[in-house]
Write a protein that binds this ligand. Structure first.
Ligand code: ARG
Length: 247
């Protein structure tokens, strides 16, 4: 046998040996409420796209697993995780001490904060505390809704989706919306319908960090996710995604 042929055979054997490894790549399913532009949303071709979607595919590539994203309503998203409908929640989820009692979180991957959206013509009201006696909208069960709920004199209008709250503000049914800064900026700066009609006032009034949530004790999934997050933090991919979707 020639040396070349020997080398070829050895290579073929190696490739065959690697096949089961490839097939055994773990697969993780991520529940995501894809109504939260530009973080997770459905595009005109019905594809799930956005910062989080790009992020998880980069994380999966780096850590060697297959990522599948499943569009899921926000209300009940953590119950779905508990029920085993998916392995993790990837949905701009703020890491909070309350949630961390029943869920495990990945390392934080993005900083965000709640902001106030109001009609462009409204002047003089720049903090949530000034909205006593008024109606303020937020997505149900979010950290934004939690903030509104802290003010007893404000009527919280809770919506299934952040976009429905923004639409109600636009048509004048409510006085303000409290929403995560990246998504608020998307509606106010990039959305053709709302661009010249709504504005963000003040600065973010909470300090929040997004994390990927898994069932408490699912260390295997958490390790894979964190390994991938570390890798894309180090190689500049995360910074590129911030630039692509959020700048
Ligand atoms: N960061 C907020 C929270 O964790 C809102 C997240 C909403 N995400 C979504 N995809 N709708 O409560």
């Amino acid at each position: 046998m020639t040396l070349l042929r020997k080398a070829r055979l050895a290579l073929a054997a190696l490739t065959l040996a690697a096949l089961p490894l490839l097939a055994a790549q773990p697969r993780l399913v991520f529940g995501s409420d894809c109504t939260f532009p530009p973080m997770e949303m459905v595009d005109a071709h019905k594809q799930l796209v956005g910062f989080d979607i790009d992020l998880i595919h980069a994380v999966a590539r780096a850590a060697g697993f297959e990522a599948v994203v499943k569009n899921t309503a926000w209300d009940g998203i953590f119950a779905g995780l508990a029920a085993g409908d998916y392995d993790a929640v990837l949905s701009s989820v703020t890491i909070t001490p309350e949630r961390a009692r029943t869920l495990d979180f990945s390392s934080p991957y993005l900083e965000a904060g709640q902001v106030l959206i109001v009609p462009q013509g409204l002047n003089g009201l720049t903090t949530l505390g000034q909205f006593g006696g008024k109606k303020v909208g937020a997505q149900i069960g979010t950290t934004g809704a939690l903030e509104v709920g802290k003010h007893r004199d404000i009527t919280l209008k809770a919506y299934d989706e952040a976009g429905l709250a923004v639409e109600d503000l636009y048509v004048g049914r409510i006085d303000a919306v409290v929403l995560d800064s990246p998504t608020a900026r998307n509606y106010v700066l990039r959305n053709e319908r709302y661009k010249s009609r709504l504005k963000i006032v003040g600065t973010p009034f909470t300090d929040e960090h997004y994390g990927i949530a898994v069932k408490k004790g699912n260390q295997k999934a958490l390790d894979l996710i964190n390994r991938g997050l570390d890798a894309i933090r180090k190689d500049g991919t995360l910074a590129r995604l911030v630039h692509k979707w959020l700048d």
